[in-house]
Design a protein around this ligand. Structure first.
Ligand code: NAD
Ligand code: IPM
Ligand code: MN
Length: 373
């Protein structure tokens, strides 16, 4: 029987709340499609662990994760107790770099039943993929402070675009665009203002575009691109951006589809197979963070975490199970109003306009996975 070992790192805040119902959904899908999931639960990569041990990760973290087929990650961050740059650079950002997860894939879809803040946006009209560079760019650790404590105090942080790093994410985005019906790629740039790195990015997009004559390419500066996300989101198919631009767009896109609580994220090292010596695990997580403002209330939307599990199934080659998970999410959200009108439980969490709970919505999706054909 097919079997996968999954490292489970719930992290902090609502990461701890969305993980259990999501795991039950994944188990239901695995059972239905005839494979097993062995979960290895870890409490590190959390601020609680940091406050106890003075570090985010145990010394053998790399070996422990490398033994698993994939990493399923909740969210990290407890800014009231641990500075964010310590908790995040000590966990998530470290995983992305050390496992060379250079693609961050973030789908965005307006689903039936989820109210969009955009007037007249119809379900299905927003359906695009953000491909975010995930290991370099604006997220560099090169820089520092000089003249500290004087009037001339200066902080510098360099942006790093390597040819390898830029080319591989752009090429991946072209491949993704080529595989979709609209075959369209939009590049996020800012070459009018950021005058060295962004013209280089544009030049690499133009160069690689020659290999993909069947893909339509356009580019927008990040400022107007944000405006178009709100005003004309239906025009996008695949959007590629640097680490920071991709980060911003992948919160803005899901916000246009109602809530960032449903958005998933796949941090991929797509190069090699499990059997290759240089294989490294990929990491699957919701786009959102630990949401301290709602943590402990049991009302976090678990869909981002469940959908991230769907992306993990895709990555593991369990495409039927992946399709079933996505269908279960779409059906449950789409039918939620109907169920409510028929006297059923409100499963929509408050971020989607309902009075539902994390457990209630997770359970509804789990049941849909167990009962649908
Ligand atoms: P956030 O995503 O945690 O929350 C932003 C807003 O969205 C909050 O109002 C929150 O309540 C809401 N929200 C987020 N997820 C939701 C869900 N599933 N259901 C309902 N509402 C949801 O972003 P933030 O407030 O900027 O960051 C909080 C902490 O999380 C910080 O420590 C930050 O560094 C960290 N963070 C971690 C990750 C990650 O681990 N991948 C991602 C983003 C932020
Ligand atoms: C994300 C998050 C992280 C990022 C933070 C928490 C460092 O916002 O995964 O989108 O900026 O990459
Ligand atoms: Mn982000």
């Amino acid at each position: 029987q097919r079997s996968y070992t999954i490292a489970v790192l719930p992290g902090d805040g609502i990461g701890l709340e969305v993980t259990p119902p999501a795991l039950r959904c994944l188990e239901a899908a695995a059972e239905r499609f005839g494979f097993t999931l062995n979960f290895r639960h870890f409490e590190w990569a959390s601020c609680d662990y940091y406050l106890k041990h003075g570090k985010m990760l145990p010394d053998d973290w790399k070996r422990l994760l490398q033994e698993c087929d994939a990493i399923y990650f909740g969210a990290v961050g407890d800014p009231a107790r641990v500075p964010d740059h310590i908790s995040l650079w000590g966990s998530l950002l470290r995983f992305r770099r050390e496992f060379d997860q250079y693609i961050n894939l973030r789908p965005c879809r307006l689903m039936r039943g989820v109210p969009s803040p955009l007037a007249n946006a119809k379900p299905g009209s927003i359906d695009f993929l953000t491909v975010r560079e995930n290991t370099e760019g604006e997220y560099s650790s090169i820089g520092g402070m000089i003249f500290e404590g004087t009037e001339r105090e200066t902080v510098i942080q360099d942006t790093v675009f390597t040819r390898v790093g830029v080319d591989r994410v752009i090429r991946y985005a072209f491949e993704r665009a080529r595989a979709r019906p609209a075959k369209k790629l939009t590049s996020a740039t800012k070459s009018n203002g950021i005058s060295i790195t962004m013209p280089y990015w544009d030049q690499r997009v133009a160069e690689i575009a020659k290999e993909y004559p069947d893909v339509k390419v356009d580019k927008y500066h990040i400022d107007i691109l944000c405006a178009h996300f709100v005003l004309r989101p239906h025009i996008f198919d695949v959007v590629v951006g640097s680490n920071l631009f991709g980060d911003i767009l992948s919160d803005l896109g899901p916000a246009c589809t109602g809530t960032i609580g449903i958005a998933p994220s796949a941090n991929l090292n797509p190069v090699s197979k499990r059997t290759d010596p240089d294989w490294k695990p990929s990491l699957f997580e919701p786009v959102h963070g630990s949401a301290p403002d709602i943590a402990g209330k049991g009302i976090a939307n678990p869909v981002g975490m469940i959908w991230a599990g769907q992306m993990m199934f895709e990555h593991l080659g369990e495409t039927e199970a992946a399709a079933a998970v996505l269908a279960a999410i779409e059906n449950v959200l789409g039918d939620a109003q109907d169920r409510l009108q028929k006297g059923g439980e409100d499963v929509l969490t408050p971020d989607m306009g309902g009075k539902g709970t994390t457990e209630g919505l997770g359970k509804a999706i789990e049941i849909a996975l167990k009962t649908s054909q």
